[in-house]
Design a protein around this ligand. Structure first.
Ligand code: FAD
Ligand code: NAP
Length: 660
């Protein structure tokens, strides 16, 4: 008793049977705090990055089934754990030597991270790769401030000689606790939250000018070239409609009504300028260091920041968050980068775009086409396949047909093949040649402006990810993360539009960024929930939705298990104005085998975003048809229609409205 067995014994003897209350197999190390972090009031665990389906399989040491790629990946993960943790113990939960070492660190009041190799699926592989790194086959295998201590005996010897205490005293050598690359919706939310939690944080934000030379200030896409200017231009268009309606409500005015693009754009850009300024101020107030430079990884914990003048500065951090967002895609056809604009240029265009061709048929395309037509321009949308891919197609078609009835032209099943400048000017004249996607037919058209809205490329291919081994999807360029937004390199995380398979929406990026900071530095465990995220397409007739499209609901739950309730409706404001009856539409999709739970919510009508937001909260709470029926409506509103839905789609009954 009292004499420590050599570390080899832990492996030489068969392990005892697991204790009855053995913890479930965990994916990674657990941080154990002998001294809880007082400022944050607790400790948290930081599991090792495990991407779905990427776990190495169990194999016994010596009979390795690891491919060289998997071995390299595992080596990187282990090096990440060693570098990222002051004390890292690779242990086995039943090993008495491991227990002694843990007790030693606890008695010294030192927080340590453990990876219990017997409690993870790929424990044997970990042990094998660890032995390659350290020449030590046994557990415990201990690292202090990145220095390999050895096993139990060596750690106790180091304690007796004072070496361990010296190693523990070494302060972190990183410049920052966290560096966030990208000062948009997700990056700013994450950086500010981390700073509130007491961390030393830096944000880098840099806008590479568009091919047309447009650039902007701090805040990312949403503020500068996305949600904010888009919604304000949509508002400009709605006001035009309201002006027309107003005559019916008794307003008399004599001057000819026309729209002035320059005044609108200047007013919107001034507002954006004030937002850029307030973001900068907010970072200063929270002591977040803001650097207007382009960031790229040069080493695992080091980035190079290059400013507008080409000056390079290097910074290090313990952790990184990539929030570099995305930029508009080009077509790769003759004349596109020279003569076409994208949404990056449109909102600050110093002249009225005139007759415009919008290429693309998703969110950005239809929203821009909608407000351009709404301010009186001649607008054509060139659609490659369908409208609003991924959305409920019945709703998407209704969005399109309303736009068509209100003056937007659609060229369906065509793609541009060439853009040629006919005349210079502001705007000039462009000839567009397009070909059919269904046959040999080609067409030509002349426009003042061609707006490309054919999707967005994540800004991930030029930020040095390959240097530190962060995995991206080869096809999409998006970053692969696990359910805690952690990449395959454990100290590197990502949020927002750069993520593979996640929604590209501002509130999603903000929520993910904020929760990530709280998990990393605040002892929280809440993950970002990407299910039932509501959204609204701000087309002339707005479309709000939450949950599943009808097509997706049928694919997942089968048609026979669903009941769809729907109705057309006529907003009261539209009646006196004499606007389109039987155009606005409400639909819910209910799962009959789950208490008629509402799994899809769709509305086409004015203020669709305002209506959808509240119902999204209800869906989070498990909204059912019965709960909707029991809800008393607010009269007279559009939202109340959902409290009185009676007609099922399957009944085939007429849903047109005969009166108000
Ligand atoms: P971003 O906001 O794009 O921020 C990334 C930042 O990182 C940018 O400033 C970029 O310049 C910078 N950066 C990139 N690389 C580097 C680097 N290497 N170093 C330093 N900085 C770098 N969403 C909604 O919810 N509602 C809407 O109504 C809506 N409308 C939209 C309309 C349009 C026209 C567009 C294009 C998008 C719209 N979106 C909307 C989507 C929304 O804007 C994005 O989902 C959101 O901005 C994503 O935030 P992010 O933090 O991931 O990236
Ligand atoms: P998107 O959803 O990826 O859609 C791209 C569109 O371009 C599709 O219609 C696609 O057609 C078309 N397209 C692609 N390549 C083409 C080609 N070579 N030729 C012709 N057409 C082509 O992209 P997005 O509209 O730019 O939106 C990006 C993201 O921003 C969205 O996912 C959304 O989350 C976000 N956003 C949100 C809002 C909002 O919340 N209101 C508004 C705008 C944007 P196919 O269908 O044939 O592929």
């Amino acid at each position: 008793p009292g004499r420590a067995r050599s570390d080899t014994e832990a492996l030489a003897h068969p392990p005892p049977p697991p204790p009855p209350s053995r913890a479930p197999k965990s994916a990674g190390p657990v941080k154990v705090g002998a001294v809880p972090n007082r400022r944050l009031g607790g400790v948290h665990s930081e599991p090792m990055a495990t991407l779905p389906g990427r776990r190495a399989r169990l194999s016994s040491p010596g009979t390795s089934r690891l491919s060289s790629e998997a071995r390299e990946e595992l080596r990187r993960r282990l090096q990440g754990l060693i570098e990222d943790n002051r004390v890292m113990i690779f242990s086995k939960s039943y090993c008495p030597h491991s227990t002694r070492v843990k007790e030693l660190f606890s008695s010294l009041g030192v927080e340590y991270n453990i990876l219990e190799l017997d409690q993870i699926d790929d424990g044997a592989n970990v042990q094998e790769v660890l032995s390659e790194i350290t020449n030590q086959k046994t557990v415990p295998n201990i690292f202090v401030n990145k220095v390999h201590m050895g096993g139990c005996d060596r750690t106790f010897q180091a304690h007796q000689s004072g070496l361990l205490q010296k190693l523990l005293q070494k302060e972190s050598t990183y410049d920052y606790d966290l560096i966030v690359i990208g000062g948009g919706s997700g990056g700013l939310a994450c950086a500010q939250e981390a700073a509130i939690l007491g961390k030393k944080v830096m944000v880098l934000d840099f806008v590479v000018p568009s091919p047309q030379g447009t650039s902007w200030g701090l805040g990312g896409t949403c503020v500068n070239v996305g949600c904010i200017p888009k919604k304000l231009m949509h508002q400009a268009a709605l006001l035009g409609q309201a002006l027309k309606d107003s005559r019916k409500f008794g307003w008399e005015y004599n001057q000819q009504v026309k729209h002035n693009w320059e005044i609108m754009t200047e007013a919107i850009q001034n507002h954006i300028g004030s937002l850029n300024w307030s973001y900068g101020l907010s970072l200063r107030e929270k002591s977040v260091a803001y650097v207007n430079s382009y960031g790229e990884f040069v080493e695992r914990h080091k980035i190079k920041a290059t400013n507008r003048k080409g000056q390079e500065t290097y910074y290090t951090a313990a952790k990184f968050v990539i929030a570099t967002g995305a930029r508009p895609r080009y077509l790769g056809i003759q004349g596109d980068k020279e003569y076409c604009i994208t949404s990056d240029d449109l909102f600050s265009l110093p002249y009225c775009p005139g007759k415009t061709l919008v290429v693309g048929a998703s969110y950005v395309a239809l929203e821009c086409a909608g407000f351009l037509a709404g301010v009186g321009l001649d607008v054509t949308v060139m659609v490659r396949s369908i409208l609003l891919r991924g959305f409920d197609q019945e709703m998407a078609e209704k969005v399109g047909s309303y736009m068509e009835q209100h003056g937007v032209k659609f060229l369906r099943k065509f793609i541009p093949v060439m853009v040629q400048q006919l005349e210079k000017g502001s705007p000039g004249k462009l000839k567009v040649v397009a070909k059919s996607t269904e046959g040999p037919e080609t067409i030509e058209g002349v426009y003042n402006t061609v707006l490309l809205a054919v999707g967005r490329e994540p800004s991930t291919r030029k930020i040095g990810l390959e240097k530190i081994g962060v995995k991206i999807s080869e096809k999409s360029g998006k970053i692969l993360v696990n359910d805690i937004e952690q990449t395959n390199v454990p100290h590197v995380y990502a949020v927002g539009d750069v993520l593979e398979g996640k929604l590209e929406l501002t509130p999603v990026a903000i929520q993910a960024g904020k929760l990530l900071a709280r998990r990393l530095f605040g002892g929280h465990s809440e993950k970002c929930n990407y299910i039932n995220v509501p959204t609204t397409v701000f087309t002339p007739l707005e479309y709000g939705c939450c949950g599943l499209s009808e097509e997706k609901a049928i694919e997942i739950h089968k048609k026979e298990n669903l009941e769809v309730y729907h109705t057309l409706f006529w907003p009261l404001e539209w009646t006196v104005a004499g606007r389109d009856n039987n155009t606005c539409y409400a639909k819910i999709i209910c799962n009959k085998v789950d208490n008629n739970r509402v799994i899809g919510f769709h509305i086409l009508g004015p203020n669709a975003g305002e209506v959808t937001q509240g119902f999204a909260a209800a869906m989070k709470c498990g909204l059912t048809k019965q709960l909707l029926d029991g809800t008393i409506g607010i009269h007279p509103t559009c939202g109340e229609v959902f409290t009185t839905l009676e007609i099922t789609k399957s009944s085939g009954l007429d849903i047109t409205q005969k009166g108000c």
